[in-house]
Design a protein around this ligand. Structure first.
Ligand SMILES: Cc1cc2nc3c(=O)[nH]c(=O)nc-3n(C[C@H](O)[C@H](O)[C@H](O)COP(=O)(O)OP(=O)(O)OC[C@H]3O[C@@H](n4cnc5c(N)ncnc54)[C@H](O)[C@@H]3O)c2cc1C
Length: 396
């Protein structure tokens, strides 16, 4: 893996300032309404395409911004402070793009990456099935080679961008009998919709847009493939069967840093709201910020939020240096997302009844945070990954 140089401080500051302006002008006024209506933020997605976010991590030679992970994590955290759902639209898309960029053939990169970089084709990663999440090797979707095509069959569930998107990286078994099981798993880029024609590709059926506790607005849904035929050269990532499991889990490393960065955004916003509210709410003749019980909470919330920021930055820098970062990404993901949930919960308690109100942002942060403990590998699995790496890196 190659090293990615950091942006200059001036360039990064200018980029963050443009994100801030967009959040303030376009996102803040509509986020609560769209979230409560669970409405897809089509206009904001168009803005994100225009700002280049769909190509944030794609090499400039394919039309992307080629940002280092450390800057990208800052963008994700900042947008999540305002409305986390928006980051799901480009995070999932970029995970798909990165898999092609890292493992695709030259012809696949030339074909797909320019379309992904502009958002002309948007999508995500379709690994999970109704009966297989953590245990991805238990998937049942299949891809059978027929001449110069693969024929895909199977059902995917809990897929972000499955309903609104046009393309997915689909995990399927090319050899269902293979042992070990991962050797029979491959990853395919499947275009599910022709944006110009507006219709679904033959053999694709979009299912329900799933109702969710939080992370609303962005679509998470079901999608089924029934004899869906794809061009073998363009679709089978890397051109070699049996590598899909390694690609999917390799792609998840930066996905974990992204999810951790969302946790930082949630924690930061919850802390900011709590610090402000504690100074204006009075009980027993003084602001609640002057009660020691509240100070103990704020002290812990602020320290954990800062620690989460530093762990995310550490993992993103390690990623930019190249090489495997499963331990660093796992630590950041586990700590930052548990922190997001804890800080959102404490912020709600500090707000009392107002924390429970739809008219304040705290209840949304509280509903958004738990997803982060589940997606991109559950937090149970993160600790197992950290321990395995710890042992592998420190043999006796
Ligand atoms: C809003 C949302 C969006 C999502 N978006 C996507 C997407 O875009 N693409 C995609 O492919 N998937 C997506 N997912 C699915 C997500 O990745 C899975 O939910 C996740 O991998 C967990 O799988 P599961 O839900 O099947 O839980 P299970 O695998 O059934 O796990 C259930 C519980 O058992 C624990 N567990 C399981 N195995 C072990 C073990 N070996 N050791 C210890 N504990 C274990 C888990 O940690 C968990 O607590 C999304 C999910 C949600 C909720």
């Amino acid at each position: 893996m190659t090293e990615t140089a950091p942006l200059s401080e001036t360039d990064e500051r200018a980029l963050m300032a443009s994100i801030d302006r967009w959040l303030e002008k376009k996102v803040a006024p509509v986020a609560a309404r769209l979230e409560q209506a669970d409405e897809y933020p089509a206009e904001l997605v168009a803005d994100m395409c225009e700002m280049g976010l769909m190509g944030a991590l794609i090499d400039p030679k394919y039309g992307g911004l080629g940002l280092p992970a450390v800057t990208y994590a800052k963008i994700v955290a900042r947008i999540s402070e305002e409305w986390m759902s928006l980051t799901g639209v480009f995070n999932s898309h970029l995970m798909m793009a990165l898999i092609v960029q890292k493992f695709g053939t030259e012809a696949q990169k030339d074909h797909w990456l320019p379309l992904f970089a502009t958002g002309a084709l948007r999508g995500g990663v379709a690994l999970t099935e109704p009966d297989a999440g953590t245990d991805l090797q238990a998937i049942r979707a299949t891809a059978r080679r027929v001449g110069d095509r693969y024929v895909i069959n199977g059902a995917k569930m809990w897929i972000t961008n499955a309903i609104e998107g046009d393309v997915l990286a689909v995990l399927a078994k090319t050899d269902p009998q293979a042992q070990p099981r991962h050797r029979g798993i491959s990853l395919f880029i499947v275009q599910t919709r022709e944006p110009a024609a507006g219709g679904d590709v033959q053999g694709v059926t979009r299912g329900r847009r799933l109702p969710k506790l939080g992370y609303r607005g962005v679509d998470t849904g079901e999608i089924a493939f029934s004899d869906c035929a794809v061009d073998a050269d363009l679709a089978l990532i890397g051109g070699e069967e049996g590598m899909g499991f390694v690609m999917a889990t390799g792609g998840l490393e930066l996905g974990r840093v992204n999810v951790a960065a969302r946790g930082v955004g949630i924690a930061r916003r919850a802390l900011k709201e709590a610090v402000a509210y504690a100074q204006i709410r009075h009980t027993m003749g003084k602001p609640i910020a002057q009660h020691q019980a509240i100070q103990l909470k704020l002290g812990e919330m602020a320290s954990k939020t800062r620690a989460a920021e530093l762990l995310v930055e550490d993992a993103a820098r390690a990623y930019d240096r190249g090489g495997r970062v499963d331990m660093e990404a796992g630590m950041a993901k586990w700590f930052a997302t548990e922190t997001a949930f804890e800080v959102a919960t404490e912020a709600m308690r500090i707000h009392g009844a107002y924390g429970y109100s739809k008219e304040f942002p705290i209840e949304r942060l509280y509903r958004d945070a738990p997803l982060l403990m589940i997606g991109e590998g559950t937090n149970e699995m993160q600790r197992i990954i950290i321990a395995r790496q710890l042992i592998a890196r420190n043999p006796v």
